[in-house]
Write a protein of this length. Structure first.
Length: 353
């Protein structure tokens, strides 16, 4: 009986000694490598998070990626790899789950779970708190522009961080207009996508509106479906969709079109026409204007432009059942259900896939 108790006691002591040795080894490993220990506050990437966001700095793509939780206003980006690439020194403080960042005279502290960021010795909020995900600290993408004072924008599934000299340059973007807005003297266009996709371009009195031949246009001459070339600043907001100002808008279409309507959706059926070059598509989706249809049959002919969101020509053979498109058409339609009209332009919307 005594031997049994003695053996049990020895086994328990050996187990405690083994656990203690393992914990000491783990602590030593963290101390030697300088890596951040896994705190109890760390979480995993949400299963509902969208596809990873690439982080591009000065034209170089980082190995680490960001993520965005559905319903949030902006993506989250890895703090250490991003800040170090921008020349910042970082110090992790385990006791407070925070990081000190410094570059020259600029110093700030980021603390896990607290939507408080120091800008010029004053606290501000960015709408999201830093989050520990799989042993890495993530911050909102706007941290780069608002706290680190470096230009950053969301472009598709990437956060693009640009040096100041490059941010001052103008760029030219081509795309199909998917929305025209005029509310209380505020005018804007959306190109290259609908909803949270694409880019919103704000138009001022100084914005030059013209045709390819240089003829001047008014804002009322712009409409959904047009392919335009836009000169704008390299910088954009971090919203979805990103927004910027338009310096010059050039309409590339030879034909103007009048009172055009548009429906964004999916091709339900493709019907053959009178010749091999003529066919119709049954489109069901969302009307992009007040008078646009949610379901319509559009006749497509050999002369009907079929393009992508950038306005680049794509083959008509792309238009098959299940393809996401934006159908642009005139106001003349049959009174059938669904109505039948003639397509002015078909835009293949790969961003909706």
């Amino acid at each position: 009986m005594m031997n049994s108790r003695k053996n049990a006691s020895m086994k328990k002591s050996l187990a405690l000694l083994t656990l203690s040795t393992a914990l000491m080894a783990t602590g030593a490993a963290h101390a030697s490598t300088g890596s951040t220990p896994q705190p109890t506050a760390a979480v995993s990437v949400p299963e509902a998070a969208a596809a990873p966001f690439l982080i591009k700095i000065n034209g170089e793509t980082l190995v680490e990626t960001g993520y965005q939780v559905p319903g949030s206003s902006e993506p989250m980006i890895p703090l250490r790899s991003t800040a170090e690439k921008l020349g910042y020194a970082l110090e992790w403080k385990q006791e407070t789950l925070s990081v000190d960042l410094q570059k020259g005279n600029l110093f700030t502290t980021v603390k896990t779970g607290e939507d408080q960021y120091v800008i010029n010795r004053m606290y501000t909020t960015l709408g999201a708190a830093p989050a520990l995900v799989d042993n890495k600290l993530y911050v909102p993408a706007s941290f780069v522009s608002k706290v680190l004072h470096t230009e950053a924008s969301v472009q598709g599934q990437a956060v693009v961080i640009t040096p100041e000299a490059e941010a001052q340059k103008n760029v030219v973007t081509t795309g199909v207009v998917t929305a025209v807005t005029y509310k209380e003297d505020h005018r804007s266009l959306q190109i290259q996508g609908t909803g949270t996709n694409g880019t919103v371009l704000h138009i001022s009195e100084e914005t030059v509106l013209e045709k390819k031949d240089g003829a001047k246009l008014g804002f009322s001459d712009l409409h959904i479906g047009m392919t335009v070339e836009v000169e704008h600043p390299n910088r954009m907001t971090l919203s979805l969709p990103p927004q910027t100002s338009a310096y010059r808008i050039t309409v590339l279409d030879a034909e103007k079109g009048t009172d055009l309507l548009a429906t964004a959706g999916e091709i339900q059926e493709v019907r053959s026409g009178d010749s091999k070059d003529d066919f119709s598509v049954v489109l069901k989706g969302t009307g992009l204007t007040d008078r646009s249809q949610t379901e319509i049959v559009l006749r497509v002919g050999a002369e009907t432009p079929v393009v992508n969101l950038k306005g680049e020509k794509v083959p008509a053979s792309t238009l098959v059942k299940g393809t996401k498109i934006i159908g642009v058409y005139g106001p003349v339609m049959t009174k059938s259900l669904p109505p039948i009209g003639t397509a002015w332009k078909i835009v293949v919307d790969a961003s909706a896939e």
